[in-house]
Design a protein around this ligand. Structure first.
Ligand code: PLP
Length: 398
């Protein structure tokens, strides 16, 4: 039997040969967009802290106060003694924000997906998922034991075909998609998918990790066509908040903090507290983190213009480069081969910009890319400067 370390070294060499080996690089974040790496200051187009809230004084102040009041850790699972008072407030704010009756906060977005999906469906049930859903939705689907099928990205006709062929022999049926796709930045046809789910007597779960509706004032409501959001996915075509629609999201991106959540009906949330294993068997979030999320939501409610800014900045970039108009704060530049994407990221870093290369298996083979994530805090000069490099290097012709 080969020794463990020899086996692992061999696997690492294979990854290296395929240019798929990943390494952690120490990166100190100085604010919403500036980072320090290898002793140099860089402007980041890779952080998902779309509104720069992780460093806002109101947010860090709220986190410090909670640390002093409730201590550094939750001490136990939420169902034991870890459900300190801030949780209720955060769940009420999230439910209002997403226009649902209730919300449930998990330890992370990953934990929300791997806990919720297996709580809702299991053996004998059917999951039909968009080909590009995030790895943690895929993991949740696998864990559930349900039959899993994938439809071509955003292809409603394919989804319908799979439903027609397979729905009858299964008990429950769950469709999975994202409001904004994390590596492509495009939007899913959520209203049409909700209608399909209804037609086939199924449910729809939507991962909104890269989106966040701007609550209009402290009324915390989504107003169709007004206000704004990190993308316009939900404001232009709001999801029906009621029966059969499960809205999942994270507090680690636009809210600048940490934690995941699921919004939906009261029955859904009550059931998740009884059946989602990642909620039941994991310690509650540190109180400072929940306090930070609450403060971040308040800023979003008070500053709808801030919430709209990442999309405006992404659109400035796509317009400067004559690309298809951005649909969210995420703009991919597909360079196809891993080497090319890595070389492009290195060149940008030499010029003072951090733009991560995204490679398989995160994205399909031969679609390695630069993924630009736009923040409300990027300046016009920064966006123009990075667009100029893309143009000069001829990366658009890839
Ligand atoms: C689409 C999507 N869903 C879920 C997650 C997981 O969220 P979290 O980082 O809070 O675990 C991510 C994060 O990368 C994501 O991009």
């Amino acid at each position: 039997m080969p020794a463990l370390d020899d086996t692992l070294q061999q696997k690492l060499r294979v990854l290296e040969t395929k240019r798929r080996r990943r390494v952690l690089k120490e990166t100190g974040r100085m604010d919403g967009v500036r980072v320090r790496r290898s002793g140099r200051e860089l402007v980041s187009f890779s952080c998902n802290d779309y509104l720069g809230l992780s460093h806002r004084p109101e947010v860090t102040r709220a986190a410090k106060a909670a640390l002093d009041m409730y201590g550094a850790g939750a001490g136990a699972s939420r169902l034991v003694t870890g459900n300190y008072p801030l949780y209720d407030k955060l769940e009420a704010a999230l439910a209002k924000c997403r226009g649902t009756a209730a919300a449930c906060v998990f330890g992370s977005g990953y934990l929300a997906n791997i806990g919720t999906i297996p709580a809702l469906v299991g053996a004998g049930d059917l999951i039909i998922a968009d080909k590009f859903i995030h790895a943690c939705m895929v993991d949740g689907a696998r864990l559930s034991g349900a039959t899993v099928m994938r439809f071509a990205h955003n292809n409603l006709a394919h989804c319908r075909m799979l439903l027609e062929a397979n729905r009858p022999e299964h008990h429950h049926c769950l469709l999975l998609t994202e409001t904004v796709f994390s590596m492509d930045g495009d939007r899913a046809p959520v209203s049409d998918l909700a209608a399909l789910a209804k037609e086939f007597d199924g449910w729809l779960m939507v991962d909104g990790a890269h989106d966040f509706p701007s609550p209009i004032g402290r009324g915390w409501r989504i107003a169709p066509g007004e206000g704004g959001a990190i993308s316009d996915a939900l404001t232009s075509a709001p999801l029906p908040g009621g029966e059969g629609v499960i809205q999942m999201g994270t507090l680690s991106k636009a809210a600048g903090s940490y934690g995941g959540y699921v919004c939906g009906s009261e029955a859904l949330v009550e059931y998740l507290k009884n059946a989602a294993r990642s909620l039941i068997y994991s310690t509650g979030l540190p109180p400072a983190t929940v306090a930070a999320s609450l403060a971040a939501l308040e800023i979003m409610a008070d500053e709808p213009e801030l919430v709209k800014k990442p999309l405006e900045n992404a659109r400035m970039f796509t317009s400067l480069l004559g690309m298809k108009e951005a649909q969210s704060a995420i703009v991919p530049l597909v360079l196809k081969e891993n080497d090319k994407a890595l070389a492009a990221a290195n060149l940008l870093e030499e010029r003072g910009f951090l733009v991560s290369a995204i490679r398989p298996p995160t994205v399909p083979e031969h679609t390695a890319r630069l993924r630009f994530a736009f923040s409300a805090l990027h300046t016009t000069e920064q966006i123009e400067a990075v667009a100029k490099i893309v143009k000069e290097q001829g990366w658009l012709e890839s």
